[in-house]
Design a protein around this ligand. Structure first.
Ligand SMILES: NC(=O)c1ccc[n+]([C@@H]2O[C@H](COP(=O)([O-])OP(=O)(O)OC[C@H]3O[C@@H](n4cnc5c(N)ncnc54)[C@H](O)[C@@H]3O)[C@@H](O)[C@H]2O)c1
Length: 322
């Protein structure tokens, strides 16, 4: 097995590379190391992978036509996990073109790379819970219509699923799309609420709480996601048109204020709070029905935020020497 992981310096990508290397796979990682957030964090993640002989890394922008093929021979690759993307809902309001570039142009280049590979067995790609739009109720099922994005980020993730369907139909490329629900944990992302709350609480600064805290998220711990990803990579769909989409959430919508309290407890400090209006592009709630992934991959997320947040805060303090 030789697995191409795009977004290998990213939060989920580098954790996946590590898990695949530890189980003995050969991994080729690519990433642009862009500065959407601190590239030093991305380099530090790559350092965790550098000691593995079976790991190779190429810095490239996959939105550049031919960049992937210049760095990696398509026939060398048996599996692809596409995690590179311009992530984040809020940034998409002011920076739409970054999303079109990485999530549409970049992804089409990954699909073309897959089409050129003679030995490819499976392409797994990241979608997002944001495809469900701004809804109440739940749990959200994979069979629910996803036609009402409230951000361009979400629109590009829905488009990724549709592009994948066409490639699976036209060329029979086995593909699995994963709708991640607010993945968090050590080595995480500085643009996400749990990180910003931790950073500000430890500095004694005021935290901004949007929608007056009236939001809930299905927080999903990184280790639960990585365990599932390992199994999913090994299990291409065998349907006529070989394309399947799964929710990877925790199936526990958690009020934002519970996250704030978990971070406060882990930091040992009470936050100064500034309650703000809901931001454009934000959704009120995410809530995954995970029965489909449970049945297919025995996906059983185990980690609550009361368990996962202290692990993140410990990592954060250690990483930044606080
Ligand atoms: N973390 C979550 O909660 C979450 C939730 C839903 C979906 N997702 C999706 O999962 C995937 C991984 O997310 P993450 O949290 O690890 O994000 P991340 O931002 O940490 O990782 C993405 C990586 O992709 C790289 N990248 C971006 N554009 C690129 C390009 N054109 N060429 C090469 N590399 C490029 C970035 O440098 C970054 O290192 C993304 O597709 C994201 O949209 C994540």
């Amino acid at each position: 097995m030789t697995i191409l992981v795009t977004g290998a310096a990213g939060f989920i990508g580098h954790n996946l590379c590590l898990a695949l290397l530890l189980r003995g796979e050969r991994v080729v990682g690519v990433d642009s190391l862009n500065d959407y957030y601190d590239p030093a964090l991305k380099r530090a993640r790559l350092e965790r992978l550098a000691s593995f002989e079976r790991f190779r890394f190429a810095q490239l922008d996959m939105a550049e036509e031919g960049a992937l093929e210049r760095a990696v021979s398509p026939d060398e690759i048996t599996h692809i996990v596409n995690l590179a993307a311009q992530a984040g809902v809020r940034y998409s309001i002011d920076n739409p073109r970054a999303y079109v570039r990485s999530n549409l142009d970049g992804y089409v280049n990954v699909l073309e790379f897959a089409r050129a590979s003679k030995n490819l067995k499976h392409l797994v790609y990241a979608s997002s819970s944001s495809v469900y739009g701004d809804r109440d109720g739940g749990p959200f099922r994979e069979s629910d219509p996803v036609t009402k994005p409230v951000s361009l980020y979400s629109a590009t993730k829905i488009s990724g699923e549709i592009l994948s369907q066409s490639y699976a139909h036209l060329y029979g490329i086995p593909m699995t799309g994963l709708r991640f629900f607010t993945v968090y944990g050590a080595w995480g992302r500085p643009d996400m609420a749990y990180w910003m709350f931790t950073e500000k609480i430890l500095k004694g600064e005021t935290i901004d709480i949007y929608a007056a805290g009236e939001m809930s998220r299905d927080f999903t711990y990184i280790d639960d996601v990585i365990t599932a990803l390992g199994r999913i990579v090994d299990t291409p769909p065998v349907t006529d048109i070989p394309h399947a989409v799964y929710n990877l959430g925790n199936s526990t919508p958690t009020p934002l204020m519970d996250l704030v309290h978990a971070v406060e407890k882990a930091c040992g400090r009470t936050a100064k709070k500034n309650f703000m209006a809901k931001q454009m592009g934000d959704v009120s709630k995410t809530f995954a029905d995970i029965s489909k992934a449970q049945a297919a991959f025995n996906y059983t997320p185990k980690t609550t935020i009361e368990q996962g947040i202290p692990v993140f805060v410990d990592w954060y303090r250690d990483f930044y020497n606080i």
